[in-house]
Design a protein around this ligand. Structure first.
Ligand code: ATP
Length: 303
């Protein structure tokens, strides 16, 4: 569990994180979202003691990061995949980390295997592709078998196989009861990986909800309707409807509606003898919900 209480970080006059509170629970993948400059990286840095809060606290399983006796064994982090000595091999990089915590060579081999790096373990990290570097970053994060993982953009630069691997791997780690927090700009990927989302905007929490709830609260149900009597059905749907109901014409004999359930539209059409050629609810996407929520949250003030 990662808990932030009244957490703030100011850089001079700039408020990067503004009095935020949240709990990131074990057993699920939590996605950290927000426009550029919203405060995600700063929050993650505060979680792992790379920065000190201006006020408030953030704890990992009840303790501040800097009070943890064996950090690698409690929190795995991927905050900057490039922070590795380029002349070292993957194995020697992991061995160096392992040595600080008395972690065995066997465990190093195990994580190289788990992250698909065994065959390149002896190669210089400097020659690694971005994707291999990300895998090495994840290998380092899980080296100490931590209960909590904090990963900033872990799928950046990965090919589709790599993305799928990270998704399945993170889901597996969460299913073992670990706390998994990741940030990503790729909405479709986040939608398939996260169980819960926390959205930041201008340093504040603007949403904290299970992903299904977050998506459905976006703009209400969208339905595509096609009928040769589009104008008649449209006026029937709008008469007496709440102001939240909107209609957008389609080019060919139809429209999309927002704020009405498909069953309501079908019922009104049937009662009025209107022939329907299509009545299909459109699956809302995480991206739609996210864009609707953050439209006003862009950090225009960043410099
Ligand atoms: N060391 C710093 N000094 C001054 N301002 C900073 C510093 N670090 C971050 N900021 C500012 O704080 C705000 C939040 O930045 P942060 O990097 O946490 O956002 P983010 O949500 O991670 O953005 P991105 O998606 O672009 O990585 C931004 O306006 C940024 O310019």
């Amino acid at each position: 569990m990662i808990e932030a209480r009244g957490l703030s970080k100011h850089y001079g006059a700039k408020v990067a994180v503004d009095d935020i509170s949240f709990s990131i629970r074990p057993g699920q993948v939590t996605g950290f979202l927000g426009p550029n400059g919203a405060g995600k990286s700063t929050s993650m840095r505060l979680m792992v003691g790379l920065d000190r809060p201006t006020s408030g606290t953030v704890t990992i399983d009840g303790q501040r990061y800097r009070d943890l006796a064996a950090p690698l064994a409690e929190v795995g982090t991927l905050l900057d995949a490039k922070g590795v000595h380029p002349g070292r091999s993957a194995r020697s990089h992991l061995r160096t980390l392992a040595a600080t915590h008395g972690i065995s060579d066997r465990r190093v081999s195990e994580v190289l295997e788990q992250t698909g790096l065994s065959s390149v373990a002896h190669k210089r990290v400097g020659g690694f592709s971005l994707g291999m570097g990300q895998r090495l970053g994840i290998a380092a994060a899980i080296l100490g078998d931590p209960r909590v993982l904090i990963l900033d953009e872990p799928i950046n630069g990965l090919d589709p196989d790599g993305v799928l691997w990270v998704r399945q791997f993170l889901r597996h780690l969460a299913s073992e009861g670990r706390t998994v927090l990741l940030s990503s700009h790729l909405m479709s990927e986040m939608a398939q990986t996260a169980d819960h989302v926390i959205v930041l905007g201008r340093g504040r929490v603007v949403a904290d909800a299970p992903i299904g709830e977050f998506i459905s609260q976006g703009r209400g149900e969208t339905v595509t309707v096609r009928t040769p009597e589009a104008a008649k059905l449209a006026s029937l749907l709008l008469s007496g409807a709440s102001p939240n109901v909107t209609l957008e014409p389609l080019t060919d004999e139809g429209f999309t509606t927002q704020g009405l359930a498909a069953a309501e539209i079908g019922g009104i059409a049937a009662r009025n003898g209107i022939e329907l050629h299509e009545l299909s609810p459109v699956q809302a996407s995480l991206e739609d919900a996210y864009i609707a929520l953050t439209r006003d949250q862009l950090d225009y003030t960043s410099n």
